[in-house]
Design a protein around this ligand. Structure first.
Ligand code: ATP
Ligand code: MG
Length: 255
């Protein structure tokens, strides 16, 4: 069974007075196996964030369904949703979403505090993650005392500390310079190699070239999928660039 199954997802946004409708997703279908690293690409406005918000149970589709390990997300009662997210999903956002009045350690602990874990258990979980992400010496600093790349590593640690079934990332490298981007992409690759399933939305060909599979969204549908196979990151980069050219020029899809 696939870890994540997305079936006939449709999302229509209606304005407050019901007059204007935007069809953000028309008919999105795909599945993600446990252990995969999937990038989602598409032009601005193609529905990537809409899709991610639905996968994150932050928004509901107009029709269609999302199954995590075979269970329909729509069946989760509203009162259980935040616990469900905490227990199953990890999030990494473009703008880090760290609390400025908390140290990095307390930011990382936050989801466990909300789930009422005991402090010893939290420290035990943090140690290997902080080591892997190279932030052991930064844990007592506040977000404004560290760099963007270091903030994003802390955000990744916060996403991983709950041992989520699935990590969802929306433009995780969007606010990083090229060096910090490479650092973060190395981190994602390493955690994926260790078995973590990742779905990442990105504009960046460089970021997507690290994934095992790339989904291209256009006109509210999955327009094309690229599988890495044995390609290197450089070869994957070239394949993605070629596909994006076809996507934006509307040329034949034989690149
Ligand atoms: N809350 C909303 N109400 C109405 N329309 C919305 C809302 N959110 C998004 N849209 C519209 O839905 C479409 C898809 O938006 P979405 O944010 O998912 O795109 P995106 O692919 O994430 O774009 P970007 O790459 O710029 O982040 C756009 O036409 C957008 O204007
Ligand atoms: Mg977006």
């Amino acid at each position: 069974m696939a870890l994540l199954q997305v079936e006939h997802l449709k999302k229509i946004y209606t304005t407050r007075f019901g007059a204007v409708q935007v069809q953000a997703l028309q008919d999105v279908n795909f599945s993600v196996e446990e252990g995969e690293y999937v990038a989602v690409m598409g032009e601005s406005g193609s529905g990537k964030t809409t899709l991610l918000n639905i996968l994150a149970a932050l928004d509901k589709p107009t029709s269609g369904r999302v199954l995590l390990e075979g269970s329909d997300m729509a069946a989760i009662p509203d009162g259980r949703l935040s616990a469900y997210r905490r227990e199953n999903l990890g999030f990494v956002f473009q703008d880090f979403n760290l609390l400025d009045t908390f140290t990095l350690r307390d930011n990382i602990f936050l989801p466990l505090v909300l789930a009422r874990h005991d402090p010893d258990e939290m420290e035990k979980r943090l140690a290997p993650i902080a080591k892997q992400l190279g932030i052991e010496t930064l844990l007592n600093k506040f977000p404004y005392e560290v760099s963007g790349g270091q903030k994003q590593r802390a955000a990744v640690a916060r996403a991983l500390i709950t041992r989520p079934r699935l990590v969802l990332a929306d433009e995780p490298t969007g606010a990083l310079d090229s060096k910090a981007t490479d650092g973060l992409l190395d981190v994602f690759e390493a955690i994926n190699r260790a078995g973590q399933t990742i779905v990442m939305v990105t504009h960046s060909t460089r970021a997507a070239s690290h994934a095992g599979r790339v989904l291209f969204i256009k006109d509210g549908q999955v327009f094309h999928q690229l599988y890495r196979g044995n390609a290197t990151n450089e070869q994957m980069y070239q394949k993605i660039s070629d596909t994006l050219t076809v996507l934006t020029t509307g040329g034949r899809d034989d690149a």
